[in-house]
Design a protein around this ligand. Structure first.
Ligand SMILES: [Zn+2]
Length: 274
């Protein structure tokens, strides 16, 4: 599943080529996604309009266009956005194509169709049902240790589940949560409400580090989205804990242990993480 770093790298790679482009035509070959593609509204809102900005909120790509409209794209489980010459060969599952005045296409390919392509008014996007429950962006100042610490008061949920809760902070997937907890020395099963203020400060830093490293890594290997153990969508950051069950901890050489939390594998060091 595409994770936040992959969506951000998609945004960064499309930003310089897409802004200023004018949409000439919208082709919808298959409208049955997680929500149906609003073909008529897409055409009415886009044809003849220029792209003004490309933003991201959580794992949603937001393409602002003239006329105060925004295309909302979610890559779902298997979605990819590609910008290429109109003459480029059509691949299977290219369900939605934005033909641009420059002769390029923006093509949305999604074999499993868990993705989304929607159009809404630019004003008030944050109040849409898709967005209104979303917590702060991890790479902005809105994600700060004081807020995180206060939010965790009295919470008995394990810190790992707390960190992966989009209402608390968006975009911290399983691998990133494991690695950030390892780097912070926090046991993944510790109750969120029992993580000290200092450790919470360290945790906000390591979450940012892990995601930033993944984005930097993604920028250099744009097409290599799969990690070694088959959890696709994760750019391979230097994995110190995840996927290393039984191997020696890089800090203390104790064996890395695997447990299952909320049906997901958690890897941690029994000695370094308390
Ligand atoms: Zn260790």
């Amino acid at each position: 599943m595409p994770e936040l770093p992959e969506v951000e790298v998609t945004r960064l790679s499309l930003l310089p080529v897409l802004v200023g482009e004018r949409v000439e035509k919208v082709l919808v070959r298959e409208a049955r996604f997680r929500l149906p593609v609003p073909t008529r509204r897409l055409r009415a809102g886009l044809v003849g309009r220029r792209v003004l900005e490309l933003r991201r909120r959580s794992k949603y790509l937001l393409i602002d266009v003239e006329g105060a409209k925004t295309i909302i794209i979610h890559l779902g489980m298997s979605g990819r956005l590609r910008y290429l010459e109109r003459a480029a060969e059509q691949e299977s599952h290219e369900h939605v194509v934005f033909q641009l005045a420059s002769g390029q296409d923006l093509r949305f390919r999604d074999p499993r169709r868990f993705g989304l392509v929607l159009i809404e008014k630019t004003d008030g996007l944050e109040d849409l049902p898709l967005m209104r429950h979303l917590g702060p962006e991890p790479l902005t100042d809105a994600f700060d240790d004081d807020t995180l610490f206060e939010r965790a008061r009295g919470r008995k949920a394990p810190i790992k589940s707390f960190l992966m809760d989009a209402r608390v902070v968006v975009g911290v997937g399983n691998i990133y949560a494991c690695e950030a907890l390892f780097r912070s020395g926090i046991h993944p099963a510790r109750a969120a409400g029992r993580v000290s203020r200092d450790r919470m400060r360290r945790l906000t830093q390591t979450v940012r580090e892990v995601l930033s490293e993944a984005i930097a890594q993604g920028g250099t290997t744009l097409n290599d989205f799969a990690s070694a153990d088959g959890e696709p969508g994760y750019f391979v950051v230097r994995l110190a804990a995840y996927g290393r069950e039984g191997e020696a901890c890089l800090q203390c050489e104790a064996p890395i242990r695997r447990i299952v939390q909320s049906n997901r594998s958690t890897f941690y060091c029994t000695r370094c993480q308390r």
